[in-house]
Design a protein. Structure first.
Length: 303
């Protein structure tokens, strides 16, 4: 008897088909043949792994659990970084200057400059640490769902997280945008108290894809993680809420994102999760009811 359809692998296949089509039909714009070959090769490798996981999932849905989690942890950063070979050639429109005008309309100036007076080293330090820990938040949410609500909740959490990440990556292809810290000139550099400079330099050195502003993946995946925790590990939600809100605020305050990016990331959460849920239900994935709302201490269900 066949198990549920390999929905997560279909997400990967759809994403890879989209980016390869864009790569093949986008003008070279000065790219070397080697860069195009690397881009295609990386995605073909990910495609092959996705097909293998799909074969495993067809035979045994539970056996695919670790493969899907491993692919999310390893594959998502790989395809994100690979976009650096494609995004500069997709669209010449400087979207960042349009978003700068929105910030000036909203704040009466550049958001990153308006708040500078309040950003002391003691404020910047925790914000940078929280920002640097972004990738841990979805992992904590998924593991919390596993611990509190079981394997089926973990499977759904991983599917939602993978779907949300890939949607945000497609957003970069539609609206490739550089960050305020890259575009704007500032009177002074941000300064923390101890780890700030090291963390900031590490992020800059490790981020090979700088056209990753719109939508804000930090905002989108943080809210998705909070939603997962609310559904399947209610007490974890309250632990993550304040750090999550600070993480979202840090995207603008630390000059990584425009305000429009944050709005877009937040706006995409509900439709993305809704579509993923519907696809999982259609494909026969085991349903996992959300925990009942019974106040702050409610974190138990019968059965």
């Amino acid at each position: 008897m066949n198990g549920p359809a390999p929905t997560v692998e279909r997400f990967w296949l759809t994403y890879i088909a989209a980016v390869l089509a864009i790569c093949l039909f986008t003008a070279d714009g000065g790219r070397s043949p080697a860069a195009r070959a690397w881009f295609v090769g990386v995605h073909l490798v990910v495609l092959c792994i996705a097909l293998l996981v799909a074969c495993v999932a067809r035979r045994d849905h539970r056996a695919a659990r670790r493969w899907r989690a491993a692919m999310a942890i390893g594959g998502l950063p790989v395809v994100f970084s690979a976009l650096c070979w494609l995004l500069p050639h997709v669209h010449p429109e400087p979207f960042e200057y349009r978003f700068l005008q929105f910030d000036r309309l909203l704040y009466g100036g550049d958001a990153a400059r308006v708040m500078d007076g309040l950003l002391t080293p003691w404020v910047l330090e925790p914000l940078q640490v929280i920002y640097a820990l972004f990738y841990i938040v979805p992992v904590i949410a998924a593991l919390g769902a596993l611990r509190r609500s079981g394997g089926a909740a973990f499977d759904r959490a991983v599917a939602i997280i993978v779907g949300a990440f890939l949607v945000s990556y497609l957003g970069y292809l539609l609206v490739p945008t550089l960050a305020p810290k890259v575009v704007l000139a500032f009177d002074r550099e941000l300064q923390g108290s101890s780890l700030f400079a090291t963390l900031r330099a590490s992020i800059d050195d490790g981020e090979s894809n700088p056209w990753n502003c719109f939508p804000s993946g930090h905002t989108m995946l943080t809210l998705v993680s909070l939603l997962i925790a609310w559904r399947w590990h209610r007490s974890l939600f309250w632990w993550l809420l304040v750090p999550g809100l600070l993480l979202i605020a840090s995207t603008v305050l630390l000059r990584y994102h425009w305000t429009v990016d944050v709005f877009a990331g937040a706006a995409l959460v509900w439709p993305t999760v809704r579509v993923v849920d519907r696809l999982l239900d259609r494909d026969g994935w085991p349903p996992v009811p959300a925990l009942p709302s019974q106040g702050l201490g409610a974190d138990r269900v019968d059965g």
